[in-house]
Design a protein around this ligand. Structure first.
Ligand code: NAD
Length: 352
């Protein structure tokens, strides 16, 4: 059984990936500061898996602490080694992810996203753990000249968040040269992960005011927000709203399992892959599909374009399909249904 460290494992994408990894027989240690997630997620992951997997509690544990704290990260590695459960690999999800916040708090973003990763890699090398899957983002492409976007397109981030992701990628490329016979790295550039596990037990659970599209759609659906605001209806697209590549979080999760398996069975390298469906959906199409699938109505307001937005970002996902033998399976309807189911369950829980 392989031991994997999952940083940010109680967060949105991390928690869904934990489910797929445990199903495939991995033993997980989660490192998370809980700055944007809840401890309770661990019990919910166990609840989802317990009917199919015996002793699921033995396969997942949580260590609460900050990725920037070298002594803490080292302690996690040391204690696993002492228990003969040395990490075989790391999936590094933890980080700060809001484009808007990153412009307001750049130091925090550079500190957590870049220095946090440097800290982690230092400890990995010290403990001879040489396989790493890193959460990058389509934001590294900035405003692409061409869609769908291939991995070798220009890297030109236009926000602090995007800059921290591309700087981390550069660091990983550079450090791999030093350990070129050993280090196996997969950089996964996600497009727009949305939706939730179809149990409705886990999903995107932002602790502050949400600014990702899906939590805001959910808030409009259940009536917390009276309207849903779309930034601009004068973009050069068929309905005037921006086009994105929405991808179900469970498809992103299976992409990670495939990437990890790929690293374990191939030579040392840095592999950079887009994770998206390759299909563009306009923001207005997404909102209307959400209303139809979930039988909800709310007012849609078109407001000024937002600074830093781009007209279109759609993945060319052929490389991920070829290298990982991975195929996104879920539709926009699945994303809308599963994401809203999670939100309704959360509301019921709060009311009880
Ligand atoms: P999330 O906020 O739900 O999860 C991130 C987790 O990291 C949280 O549990 C948070 O508590 C933890 N964390 C933050 N700072 C930490 C620190 N200093 N030390 C330890 N733990 C810390 O985010 P997510 O949506 O699951 O995203 C996961 C990764 O994927 C992030 O790196 C993000 O930048 C990247 N990404 C996300 C998206 C998206 O739309 N969700 C798109 C592209 C890339």
């Amino acid at each position: 059984m392989k031991n994997i460290l999952i940083t940010g494992g109680t967060g949105f994408i991390g928690s869904h990936t934990c489910i797929e990894l445990i199903k495939k027989g991995y033993k997980l240690t989660i490192l998370d500061s809980l700055v944007n997630s809840k401890k309770e997620t661990i019990n919910l992951i166990k609840k989802i898996l317990e009917k199919d997997i015996s002793n699921v509690s033995e396969n997942i544990e949580l260590k609460v602490g900050d990725i920037r704290d070298f002594n803490f990260v080292e302690k996690v590695f040391r204690s696993n080694k002492k228990n003969h459960q040395q990490f075989d690999g790391v999936i590094h999800f933890c980080g700060l992810k809001s484009v808007n916040d990153s412009i307001k708090n750049p130091i925090e973003y550079w500190d957590v996203n870049v220095l946090g990763t440097i800290n982690l890699v230092k400890v990995m090398i010290k403990y001879e753990c040489f396989s790493l899957v890193f959460s990058s983002s389509a934001t590294v492409y900035g405003n692409p000249k061409k869609n769908p976007i291939k991995e070798d397109s220009n890297i030109y981030p236009i926000s602090t968040y995007g800059l921290t992701k591309s700087a981390t990628e550069s660091f990983l490329f550079d450090i791999q040269k030093q350990y070129s016979c050993k280090l196996r790295i997969a950089i996964l550039r996600y497009f727009n992960p949305v939706g939730a596990h179809d149990s409705g037990l886990i999903g995107e659970w932002p602790l502050g005011t949400p600014n990702n599209i899906f939590p805001l759609l959910n808030y409009a659906g259940i009536g917390i927000n009276k309207t849903f605001q779309i930034y601009g209806n004068d973009w050069p697209t068929k309905d005037g709203t921006c086009i994105r590549d929405y991808v179900h979080v469970m498809d992103i999760a299976t992409g990670h399992v495939s990437a990890l398996n790929y690293l374990f069975s191939n030579e040392a390298q840095v592999l950079t892959l887009n994770l998206g469906t390759g299909k563009g959906t306009s923001v207005l199409e997404l909102v209307k599909t959400f209303q139809i699938v979930n039988k909800v109505r709310f007012k849609i307001d078109f407001i000024e374009r937002r600074e830093g937005d781009i007209v279109e970002a759609v993945a060319d996902n052929l490389l991920a399909k070829e290298k990982l033998n991975w195929q996104p399976k879920k539709s926009i309807q699945d994303m809308c249904r599963d994401g809203y189911k999670w939100q309704k369950n959360l509301l019921l829980k709060k009311e009880n």
